[in-house]
Design a protein around this ligand. Structure first.
Ligand code: CDP
Ligand code: MG
Length: 798
C-alpha cells in the first residue's frame, strides 16, 4: 500500500508538473514563431529570418521572387527533351484529358470529388496539375498542397514518381512524410503524407494555416482515419473559405461523399475506350483452366476435392497447390507478362513463397522472379515490384489487397484472385475485435480483375465459384463500423472536438452507440478520461504518442520507473508485424525456437530477449543469420530498431526522459518491475489461470474460456505458476484467442492493474473487485477489501 501511495502521488504530481512546463514551452514557442512572421506553418520549415520578416513588404517581395524562380524552373523542364518526353507520357493518361475541367472545378468550388478507375492518373496527376497551375500563376512560393494516402508505401512511391515526372529529386518541390520517414525541403509545396500524419498536424495546427489544398485520396476505401479526417475537414471549411478540398475515389459511389459535403461537384475521369485492350479470354475458357487445375492439383488434403466443398471454398487452406499449378501452367504455356496473385495476408504470402521456391520451375531464379508486396515492406524491396525483369524472366508478385488500388504494377498480364482478404471486424456486444479472412466485396473483385492487362490484353483467374461471387457484398463495410474506437475517441478529445458521441454522430456513417460507449468506458478505466469525459493528464500524454493508448501507458510508466529500454522493445514489437515467424510447414520448429527465448511465462519478455540477441548479432553483421536460425523476421527487427528510436525521441519531447540522456534510461532491468509495467499498460486485458490436474484453463469475465494462440510461449507450458495472464489482444476467430501474454501475480495486478489517477482508482477497484469476486480468490479478495478501505480514505482526504 505504501508503494501504491507513493506511485499514485508521484505519478500524478510528476505528470501534472511536467505537463505544466510542457504547456508553458509550447505557448512560448508558438508565440515566438508568430512574431518572427513565419509564412506557412509547416513545422517552421518556411520561417524567415527575423529582421526580414519584420517588414511585410519585404516578405512579399521575397515570395514573389521565389515564385518567379519556381515558374522559370518548371518552364525550363517542360521545354527540355526529357521533360517533353515525360509530358508525352503523362498526356497518355485519362486524367490528363480532364485537366482543364478539373482545375476549373477546383477554382470554383471549395469541395470537388473526383472519381476514376484505378490507373487513370488520379494520384500522380491531379496533385501535380494543381501544383503546376499554382506555379504558373506565380503563386508557387505560397501554395501548399497536402495529399493524404492511406498507406505509407503509396505515399513514398507516389511522391517519388511525381518528383521524377517533374524532373526533380524527391524533397525539392515534391516531398513525402510518413511515420519514421520523410523527405521534404524548404521549397516543398506538394507533400504526400499518410492520413495519420495530417491528423497529427491538426493537433497543433487546427486551421491548417498556410495550407491551400487538401487532397484526400482513396476515400472509397473508407478507412477509419479518412472518415475521421472528413468530419474534421467539414468543420474546418467554413473557417477557411479559401481552402480547397479534393476527394479522390477509385469507385463510382461518389454520391455519398457529394451529399455529405452539401452536393459537392463530382467529376468523373472516364477511361479511354480501350483500343489497347484486346478481347479478354472468354470466361468459360478460364473456368475450364481452373477446373483442370482443380483436377490436376494434388491438394494434400488442403483443398476442396468435390463440387460440394467448392461451395464452402476456403482459400486460407487451399489454394497453395492450385495456385502453384496455375502459375506453372501460365509460365510454361502463356505469353510473357507479369503475374499478380492476390492472397489473404502476409503470413499466407510468406508460406506460399516458400512453397513456390521449392518448385523446380518457379524457384528457378533464372526463369522466375518471385516477389512479395504487402503493407510493411522495406522501400528497397518495394522498388523491385515496379522494375521490369530481364527478358525471359517471368515476374510473379504475391500481394495483399494493397495492390488492389494503391499500387499499380504496369506489366501485369495475369491476375490470380483468391477472393479473400484479412478483415478486422468488431463485435460491440462482446467488446471483442475479430480478425478473419473474409470474402472481399464485388467492388474489390472488380478492382482486382482490373489489375490485369493494363498495357496489353490480360486475364484474371477467380479462384472461387460463381455462386460465391454472387454472395459478395457490393462494398466493404467502412472501417469505422468494424473496429474498436478507443484511439479514435482519444484523438477526438485531443483535438478538442467536443463530445465524442456528438462528434461521431456527424460521420459519413456513424458507428454503433454501444461501440462508442465501450471505447469511452475503456478510456475511463485506463485513466485517460475522467468521469466527465475530459482528458486527464495521462490522457494528454497519451495523445502525444502515436500508438494505442495501452502501449502509450506502458511507455510512460516505463520512463517514469526507469526501465524504458525493454519497454521500448516491447511497445515497438507490438506495433510492427509479429517478429516471430511461423512458416506454414515449420510451425513446430518455429514455436520451439520462440520458447528458447522464454524463461518466465511471458511473450513480451521473450521478445525483449530475441531483440537483444539480434542486436548483439547485428554488431557482428550476423543479424540475418541470427534471424534465420531463430525464425525471426529481420525486417521486423529493423523496424523495431527504428521505432525504438522514434518513441525514445518522442518521450524526450514530452520531458519524461532527461533530454540529455542518450542511453534509453535502463538502470533498472528488474524482470518483476517490467512485468508490472506490462500489466499497467495491458489492464483491463486480464484473464484468470485456472489449474486442473494436468494442465490449466484460461477464463475471462466476459468470454468464459479463452485459448492461447499456439505460438504463445505460454501455450507450450504445462503449468503456469501465476494466477493471472495479461494480454494485449484478444481476437475472436472461432473461439476467443489471446495473442501475446505475460503471467502476473496477484499483487502486481492489484497494484498495477488500473490507473493511478484519483478518479480512476475507485472505478478500477470496483472492476477489480468484480474480477476477484467472480474468480473467487479469497486471499486476495481480503487483501483487496483492506486496500479498498485504505484507499477510500486516501481518496476522501486528497
Ligand atoms: O491514382 P490512380 O490509380 O488513378 O493512378 P496513378 O497512381 O496516378 O497511376 C497512373 C499511372 O502512373 C499508372 O498507370 C502508372 O503507369 C504510372 N505510375 C508509375 O509508373 N509509377 C508509380 N510509382 C506510380 C504510377
Ligand atoms: Mg491512386
Amino acid at each position: 500500500l505504501g508503494l501504491l501511495r507513493r506511485v499514485e502521488g508521484y505519478l500524478g504530481e510528476f505528470l501534472s508538473q511536467k505537463s505544466r512546463t510542457k504547456e508553458g514551452l509550447t505557448d512560448a514557442s508558438f508565440s515566438r514563431s508568430n512574431s518572427s512572421g513565419s509564412i506557412a506553418t509547416d513545422e517552421g520549415l518556411f520561417e524567415q529570418p527575423e529582421s526580414l520578416a519584420s517588414s511585410k513588404v519585404v516578405m512579399e517581395k521575397i515570395l514573389w521572387r521565389r515564385s518567379l524562380q519556381l515558374r522559370d524552373k518548371q518552364q525550363a523542364w517542360k521545354e527540355s527533351p526529357e521533360g517533353r518526353k515525360m509530358l508525352e507520357l503523362r498526356r497518355s493518361l485519362p486524367a490528363y484529358k480532364e485537366k482543364d475541367a478539373l482545375l476549373t472545378a477546383i477554382s470554383r468550388n471549395q469541395v470537388v470529388i473526383i472519381s476514376g478507375e484505378t490507373g487513370c492518373g488520379k494520384t500522380t496527376q491531379i496533385p501535380q496539375f494543381i501544383l503546376e497551375s499554382e506555379i504558373e500563376a506565380v503563386r508557387g512560393a505560397v501554395c501548399s498542397i497536402i495529399c493524404t494516402q492511406p498507406r505509407r508505401i503509396s505515399a513514398m512511391s507516389v511522391s517519388e514518381r511525381v518528383a521524377s515526372e517533374r524532373g526533380e529529386k524527391l524533397g525539392e518541390s515534391v516531398g513525402y512524410k510518413v511515420r519514421l520517414e520523410g523527405m521534404k525541403g524548404r521549397d516543398t509545396r506538394l507533400l504526400f503524407c499518410t492520413t495519420g500524419i495530417l491528423l497529427r498536424r491538426l493537433l497543433v495546427d487546427r486551421n491548417l494555416k498556410g495550407v491551400t489544398h487538401v487532397i484526400v485520396d482513396e476515400i472509397h476505401e473508407r478507412g477509419m482515419n479518412e472518415d475521421f479526417l472528413l468530419i474534421v475537414l467539414k468543420d474546418l471549411l467554413p473557417r477557411r473559405p479559401e481552402l480547397r478540398l479534393i476527394l479522390m475515389s477509385a469507385t463510382l459511389d461518389s454520391e455519398l461523399f457529394s451529399s455529405y459535403f452539401g452536393r459537392a461537384q463530382i467529376i468523373h475521369v472516364p477511361m479511354w475506350k480501350m483500343s489497347k485492350q484486346a478481347p479478354r479470354k472468354r470466361k468459360s475458357q478460364i473456368a475450364s483452366v481452373v477446373e483442370d487445375a482443380l483436377k490436376a492439383a494434388d491438394f494434400n488434403g488442403y483443398g476442396p476435392q468435390t463440387q460440394e466443398s467448392l461451395a464452402c471454398w476456403n482459400p486460407d487452406c487451399i489454394g497453395f497447390n492450385l495456385i502453384e499449378y496455375l502459375l506453372c501452367n501460365i509460365c510454361e504455356s502463356e505469353r510473357p507478362g507479369a503475374i499478380l496473385v492476390f492472397m489473404t495476408g502476409w503470413d499466407d504470402i510468406n508460406s506460399l513463397k516458400e512453397k513456390l521456391y521449392a518448385n523446380p520451375l518457379l524457384g528457378d531464379s533464372s526463369r522466375v522472379l518471385l516477389l512479395a508486396c504487402h503493407g510493411s515492406m522495406a522501400s528497397s524491396e518495394q522498388r523491385l515490384i515496379f522494375d521490369e525483369p530481364e527478358d525471359g524472366v517471368r515476374k510473379i508478385v504475391l500481394a495483399t489487397n494493397i495492390a488492389e488500388t494503391s499500387i499499380t504494377i504496369n506489366d501485369v498480364v495475369f491476375v490470380l484472385d483468391c477472393g479473400k482478404a484479412k478483415e478486422t471486424s468488431y463485435d460491440a456486444l462482446n467488446n471483442t475485435p475479430c480478425l478473419l479472412p473474409s470474402w472481399i466485396s464485388k467492388v474489390s473483385a472488380q478492382q482486382r480483375r482490373g489489375r490485369a492487362g493494363r498495357v496489353q490484353p490480360g486475364e484474371c483467374y477467380h479462384l472461387y465459384p460463381r455462386c460465391v461471387y454472387d454472395a459478395f457484398a457490393e462494398y466493404q463495410l467502412p472501417e469505422i463500423l468494424r473496429t474498436p474506437l478507443q484511439s479514435l475517441c482519444l484523438q477526438i478529445k485531443s483535438l478538442n472536438l467536443g463530445s465524442i458521441s456528438e462528434f461521431l454522430s456527424r460521420a459519413l456513417q456513424s458507428p454503433e452507440l454501444l461501440a462508442v460507449q465501450n471505447a469511452i468506458e475503456y478510456l475511463k478505466i485506463i485513466g485517460a478520461l475522467d468521469e466527465n469525459e475530459n482528458l486527464t493528464v495521462l490522457g494528454r500524454y497519451l495523445t502525444m504518442l502515436p500508438v494505442e493508448p495501452k502501449l502509450g501507458k506502458m511507455l510512460l510508466v516505463g520512463a517514469i520507473f526507469n526501465c524504458l529500454d525493454p519497454v521500448l522493445t516491447i511497445v515497438s514489437g507490438l506495433s510492427v508485424r509479429d517478429p516471430f515467424l511461423t512458416p506454414f510447414d515449420k510451425k513446430d520448429l518455429a514455436e520451439a525456437a520462440k520458447s528458447q527465448f522464454s524463461r518466465d511465462y511471458s511473450d513480451h519478455l521473450a521478445l525483449v530477449r530475441a531483440y537483444e540477441g539480434w542486436k548483439v548479432a547485428e554488431r557482428d553483421f550476423a543479424g540475418y543469420d541470427y534471424c534465420w536460425k531463430n525464425f525471426l523476421s529481420a525486417q521486423s527487427m529493423k523496424a523495431i530498431d527504428s521505432l525504438r528510436k522514434e518513441f525514445f525521441s518522442l518521450l524526450r519531447d514530452t520531458d519524461l526522459v532527461d533530454a540529455n540522456t542518450t542511453t534509453h534510461n535502463a538502470w533498472s532491468y528488474d524482470e518483476h518491475l517490467i512485468r508490472a509495467v506490462i500489466c499497467y499498460g495491458l489492464y483491463p486485458g486480464i484473464c484468470s489461470v485456472v489449474h486442473n490436474e494436468k494442465s490449466f484453463l484460461l477464463k475471462t469475465m466476459e468470454d468464459g474460456q479463452v485459448l492461447l494462440y499456439s505460438n504463445s510461449v505460454n501455450a507450450r507450458e504445462p503449468k503456469i505458476p501465476y494466477p493471472w495472464l495479461v494480454f494485449n489482444e484478444k481476437i475472436k476467430v472461432n473461439s476467443v484467442f489471446l495473442r501475446d501474454s505475460t503471467a502476473v501475480s496477484d499483487s502486481v495486478l492489484l497494484l498495477f492493474g488500473g490507473s493511478f489517477s484519483k478518479g480512476a482508482i475507485d472505478g478500477h477497484l470496483k472492476m477489480l473487485g468484480g474480477y476477484l469476486e467472480f474468480f473467487m480468490k479469497p486471499a486476495i479478495a481480503e487483501m483487496y477489501q483492506c486496500l479498498k478501505g485504505e484507499l477510500d480514505e486516501l481518496i476522501q482526504t486528497k
